[in-house]
Design a protein around this ligand. Structure first.
Ligand code: COA
Length: 261
């Protein structure tokens, strides 16, 4: 699909898989890797045939072992803010992606890698996954939204523990605290993630987009505003062919065929 050095995309049956492949550095994120991830998502955004995206790391050891420490070591205060803002912006675009994005984590998801997984809507962990935010061991803090999103996903006490200790958590513990949606055998990671994605892609695409918008806006707004957003999205969906099709299919006792309009 593209001529990237570190990131490749393939599309099968409405599901795109974006693979980060910089295995010699455990898929660590340098500027080019994050730019290529951003480009891959931008290309998939308007690709009508794609209804969900799986993001994963190449090789058996890592999803992504963090931002590239070799690059971070050379930063000064000004470039540090820049690095953080650039990463935050790219991860925010993933979080706001209008189709479900699932991280398939088959190894280390550390630092920026854990933050990248947190920016995805869902996380499937293989039994070899290890999540952690070890930045304080390097004298920094998570800078790609990790202090914000980890707290939202696992709660304040657990986020403070993970961020201040820098300790890794394994797949089972990640699932226990809600960091992973499920744990699957390592060899089955991609296949099981595809099946998981299929539970979403069978549903009406515009409804999925509105559900994501409503959920994520709710996290950031007061109750009355969040409910107003929900009501607007709910009402908007009445204008879609997919609502008509979904309800007609139910009443006619058949499977719905959604067009995404
Ligand atoms: N940035 C840059 N390079 C990284 C990296 C990172 N975040 N994580 C791993 N690498 C590199 C290593 O330097 C090594 O490169 P080399 O072969 O040229 O020396 C290569 O990837 C393999 O890593 P290695 O440390 O030899 O593997 P390991 O199995 O012994 O340990 C980890 C794996 C993940 C525990 C270890 O690499 C690690 O702690 N990485 C840093 C994690 C981190 O702090 N991330 C947050 C950054 S903000």
């Amino acid at each position: 699909m593209s001529e990237n050095r570190y990131v490749r995309t393939r599309i099968d049956d409405a599901i795109a898989t974006v693979v980060i492949d910089r295995q010699s550095k455990l898929n660590a994120l340098n500027r080019q890797v994050v730019a290529e991830i951003d480009g891959a998502f931008a290309a998939l955004r308007d690709e009508g045939s794609v209804r969900a995206v799986i993001l994963t790391g190449a090789g058996d050891k890592a999803f992504v072992a963090g931002a590239d420490i070799g690059v971070l070591a050379g930063m000064d205060p000004l470039s540090g803010v820049g690095v953080s803002r650039e990463g935050q912006d790219i991860l925010r675009r993933i979080e706001l992606f209008p189709k479900p994005v699932i991280a398939a984590v088959g190894g280390y998801a550390l630092g920026g890698g854990c933050e990248l997984a947190l920016a995805c809507h869902l996380r499937v962990a293989s039994d070899r996954a290890r999540f952690g935010l070890p930045e304080v061991s390097l004298g920094i803090i998570p800078g790609y939204g990790g202090t914000v999103r980890l707290t939202r996903v696992v709660g304040l006490g657990r986020a403070v523990e993970m961020i201040l200790s820098g300790d890794m958590v394994g797949a089972e513990r990640a699932a226990e605290i809600g960091l992973a949606n499920m744990v699957v055998p390592h060899e089955e990671l991609l296949e099981r993630t595809r099946t998981f994605a299929g539970r979403m892609t069978r549903n009406a695409p515009v409804a999925l987009e509105m559900a994501l918008k409503s959920i994520y806006q709710a996290v950031e707004s007061p109750m009355d505003q969040a409910q107003a957003t929900e009501a607007t999205m709910f009402g908007l969906l009445a204008s879609t062919d997919d609502m008509k099709e979904g309800m007609a299919a139910f009443l006619e006792k058949r499977k719905a065929r959604f067009s995404g309009r």
